[in-house]
Design a protein around this ligand. Structure first.
Ligand SMILES: C[S@@+](CC[C@H](N)C(=O)[O-])C[C@H]1O[C@@H](n2cnc3c(N)ncnc32)[C@H](O)[C@@H]1O
Length: 407
């Protein structure tokens, strides 16, 4: 994990042109995002020394732009929800000076993304701070791109449905930033999850963050989600263990349409930790949910790594589980339980506390194992029977919740 984190803006932050790779995630994800990127880059390229990131608010970090680092991020980084190539910044507070700033920057653009015939769309990422509305900001960027390119003899056109590239415009602490969205879509839309189903699944990026926060080490620890629902935690744990590329089922990030990225992304379209053999178990009570999750495991490509069982977690036999770990070549004395138990929408408080207590019982029957939970219920630790060693606020689908780690 990255040691420190700079809060000082880089020198180029005051200029119109910037050249930075930015990772945006949920609030509180900065250290985790930096730690994950560092792990991936170290593994993918021997010769890249990643500098300390600049912290840009509670859920964004940035680095000097580097093509290979950007390619690793957009192909593999599971805890960020957007990966941006930041191109321009302006401190303009109104639309006219913003247009002028952007035109001046685009007129001097020498990076290879700008080419004749390019189609694009613009996504307003977070624009509440600006005096004008999001649509006006989007309009200004579109006009600046098209008008300035035309002056350089290049034709750019807007295509909302199937653009070559997606730009994002966002405003933070008085600075308007224009970026290329290298994913072209939210990074949690990995392509393995089926729509619908009975449970409210964890967002993929949140699940990945929990796996990172729990510091799951797949080389030495088995993994169990006893209440797995649609399987997000088990899938993310298995994928992170092997460093699988995050896009599946024919999905590709928009970056592959940028010069220089295509070959790199193809070369990175493989597990970066292909030698790791994760031992993952997923248990789910509800038969319909269990059945529906099967497609998710298959599409994610982890159905041979994740052993699935439909049943009540209270029927899990810890000794049988430990024997399975050993049979798969793992150490039965090392493991991680990670799950998001029900929050209490459908269960009475007594039932819920009973479930939390039984989770504690299961954990105590697995000596040497650690346990992590994302919970909104303040009674959890009392019922579980122990105070958490780590307690960190995490927002899950706008619900305030805590990540608790017991070891
Ligand atoms: C909040 S959901 C988990 C969602 C999951 N993390 C996902 O991303 O889809 C809680 C799950 O626990 C399951 N569950 C409730 N009681 C259970 C029990 N006694 N044993 C096993 N699973 C149970 C529910 O059916 C539900 O799917």
């Amino acid at each position: 994990m990255a040691g420190g984190m700079s809060e000082t803006p880089a020198a180029e932050d005051t200029a119109r042109r910037v050249d930075r790779l930015q990772l945006v995630g949920i609030t509180g994800a900065n250290k985790v995002m930096a730690g994950e990127l560092s792990r991936l880059v170290r593994r993918a390229f021997d010769d890249i020394r990643l500098p300390e990131p600049v912290k840009e608010g509670q859920g964004a970090v940035s680095y000097p732009f580097d093509l290979r680092t950007a390619a690793v991020a957009v192909m593999h980084h599971r805890t960020s929800s957007r990966v941006y190539w930041n191109l321009y910044r302006s401190r303009a507070e109104r639309l006219e000076p913003l247009y002028d700033d952007l035109c001046a920057a685009i007129a001097a653009e020498d990076r290879p993304w700008l080419r004749d015939g390019l189609s694009f769309s613009v996504h307003p990422a977070s624009t509440q701070e600006f005096a004008a509305g999001a649509r006006q900001l989007v309009g200004v960027l579109k006009n600046a791109l098209i008008d300035t390119a035309a002056k350089r003899g290049l034709t750019l056109r807007v295509d909302v449905d199937a653009p070559d590239l997606v730009f994002a415009i966002k405003v933070f602490e008085g600075v308007v930033t224009v970026s290329l969205d290298l994913g072209g879509q939210a990074m949690n839309q990995r392509g393995y999850r089926s729509e619908g189903g009975g449970v409210a699944p964890l967002r993929e990026t949140v699940a990945a963050m929990l796996v990172m926060l729990a510091r799951h080490d797949a080389r030495t620890e088995a993994f169990l989600d006893p209440m797995a629902g649609s399987g997000t935690l088990a899938i993310e744990a298995a994928c992170m263990a092997r460093g699988r590329p995050l896009w599946v089922g024919g999905r590709r990030p928009a970056a592959v349409r940028l010069p220089g990225f295509a070959a790199l992304c193809t070369a990175l379209d493989r597990p970066l930790f292909g030698d790791t053999r994760p031992i993952v178990f997923a248990n789910e009570l509800d038969r319909a949910t269990f059945g529906q999750a099967e497609g998710n495991y298959r599409r994610a490509g982890v159905d041979t790594e994740v052993e699935r069982k439909c049943g009540d977690f209270r029927d899990i036999d810890p000794d049988a589980l430990r024997r399975r770990v050993a049979a798969r070549g793992g150490n039965p004395d090392r493991g991680l339980i990670l799950c998001n138990p029900p929050y209490g929408e459908r269960l009475a408080p007594d039932e819920l506390n009973g479930l939390y207590r039984e989770l504690g019982t299961l954990w105590r029957h697995l000596p040497g194992w650690r346990a992590g939970f994302i919970v909104a219920n303040p009674e959890f630790e009392l019922a579980f029977g122990q105070l958490a060693r780590v307690k960190k606020p995490v927002s899950n689908a706008q619900l305030p919740a805590y990540f608790l780690l017991f070891d």
